[in-house]
Design a protein around this ligand. Structure first.
Ligand SMILES: [Zn+2]
Length: 310
């Protein structure tokens, strides 16, 4: 699988973007595709006999030349036994970072788009004595303030998705900063609120401040390089759009997840995203796609959304 054998990387001007996976996990296909009938989604994604599909846990690493920034920290290794029964606990992110020579101490900034357990799990770990400590000791962590407020008193519907050990100790110690939306975290890295999946979920937009165009640098580490189609255009920006568009199978406006708390807002936010990402030739990064961590999303001549591989 690509998530262990190769590390997709490309350059965006002076920035280097890489995908690191925390592994894959099983998810109910019906829940993943909301109101879309199985006869339709099963043409795009394969389900097993229990109706489970495979979801990825993709983090985006940005090396700006000055800072190393990690967007999202996967599922981590602190799930309860009951959660492990449902989701397994692949817990591969630190190993995959380490294989690329990146130690937890090397991460300067961690950004969480929202605080569901499969997006911020490696924020913290338990030390030898069972105490919750930051996984990335030097990092400044960022998360949406509205999300954190909500996570303290979640609805019955999604209370299971929050594990307070992933963020509360960091907020209490001052290591996690809470964001309103619209901030620039470091030059060229911005957060913006895209409501729908949750009220305060953020996308992370990366724009090279030097304005230089991206050049594809490498896609594989080890193994034989595959011929991959490269679009005739190059990205001027990239966006980690998180659970607004979790996989390439969710690019259609109406293909939302059942997990979305505000499905009509998901559609509206997707429209607003595409109105900027398509003319701007943004590279879209998919948080839960097990095979295609990033792609260009375009509208074809028939008006259908298509994901073009990088
Ligand atoms: Zn989520």
């Amino acid at each position: 699988m690509w998530h262990t054998s190769c590390m997709p990387t490309l350059a965006l001007g002076d920035f280097e973007l890489s995908i690191f996976s925390d592994g894959t996990y099983p998810l109910d296909g019906g829940a993943f595709f909301g109101v879309i009938p199985k006869v339709m989604w099963s043409r795009k994604v394969e389900a097993d006999t229990k109706n489970l599909v495979t979801a990825g846990l993709n983090s985006l690493l940005i090396r700006t030349g000055k800072q190393t920034v990690l967007v999202e920290t996967g599922m981590g290794n602190k799930l309860s036994d009951r959660m492990v029964k449902f989701y397994g606990q692949p817990a591969k992110l630190l190993d995959n970072l380490s294989a690329a020579g990146i130690a937890p101490e090397n991460i300067d900034i961690v950004i969480n788009t929202h605080l569901h357990f499969d997006h911020c799990g490696w924020n913290t770990v338990r030390d030898k004595n069972g105490k919750i400590v930051p996984t990335f000791p030097r990092a400044k962590y960022y998360a949406p303030e509205g999300e954190w407020q909500y996570a303290r008193r979640p609805s019955e519907r999604d209370a299971i998705s929050f594990i307070s050990d992933n963020y509360d100790p960091l907020v209490a110690s001052g290591q996690m900063m809470l964001l309103k939306g619209g901030e620039q975290i470091v030059p060229g890295i911005f957060v913006e609120t895209f409501p729908g999946h949750t009220a305060s979920m953020m996308g992370v937009i990366v724009r090279d401040p030097s304005g230089a165009k991206a050049q594809k640098s490498s896609t594989m580490s080890g193994g034989t390089a595959e011929a991959v189609p490269y679009p005739s255009f190059v990205p001027t920006a990239a966006c980690y759009i998180s659970d607004l568009i979790p996989t390439t199978a969710h690019i259609d406006l109406t293909w939302g997840m059942s997990f979305d708390l505000y499905p009509l807002q998901t559609i509206e936010s997707k429209k607003q995203y595409y109105a900027r990402s398509i003319p701007g030739k943004w590279l879209t990064v998919f948080t839960h796609d097990p095979k295609t961590p990033w792609a260009f999303v375009e509208k074809d001549e028939a008006g259908k959304m298509v994901a073009l591989a990088v």
